[in-house]
Design a protein. Structure first.
Length: 181
């Protein structure tokens, strides 16, 4: 599956409009339509129901859309790990935060990077419904969020940090350096 076609699909699904998605990528609508048609042919399913005014996801399209962001983020993770290995970094720590919360954890991340300078650290804003899956599938090592936002899941652990009900959420088996929290 071509990753660019997957990105095109994601934006058509998000906008529910081929013209707006084409504008987003600065390409013609017919070129975008061809890419989506090729993706549908490759997957063997129709992804959209189109009429003269609206675009709607089919059931198969909804499945792909639900997993699309995770697929693209995982692909990006693989390339970041390759870049880290090329530069001699000894590890990578991927942190997800609910949109617009990243700045609240700047000091904590700075302390970590000072203690572990050879570990590449990144923080990405992620929509909350995708946080748990991103952690469970290894796209991120942990997430910073509010404690009442964490779904009940035996595979996830959470540790209180700071104030205002903030927690770090990670896989239950995540190996922490001694004294990290």
């Amino acid at each position: 599956m071509d990753l660019q076609s997957l990105r095109y699909f994601q934006f058509v699904a998000m906008y529910r409009n081929f013209s707006k998605a084409a504008e987003h990528f600065y390409i013609g609508q017919s070129a975008l339509s061809r890419q989506i048609a090729n993706l549908e042919k490759e997957l063997g399913v129709q992804l959209f129901v189109r009429d003269t005014r609206n675009v709607h996801l089919t059931d198969a399209g909804a499945v792909l859309y639900d997993e699309c962001d995770l697929l693209l983020r995982h692909h990006e993770l693989v390339f970041r790990k390759l870049e880290a290995a090329k530069s001699g970094a000894s590890g990578q720590l991927g942190i997800a935060t609910v949109t617009n919360f990243g700045a609240a954890f700047t000091t904590l991340v700075q302390q970590y990077t000072a203690a572990y300078p050879n570990v590449r650290t990144r923080i990405d804003d992620v929509a909350f419904p995708q946080l748990s899956d991103s952690i469970l599938h290894g796209v991120y090592d942990l997430a910073f969020t509010l404690d009442f936002e964490v779904p009940a899941n035996d595979a996830l652990a959470q540790i209180s940090i700071g104030h205002d009900h903030f927690v770090a959420v990670m896989r239950e088996d995540y190996p922490f350096p001694p004294g990290m929290w």
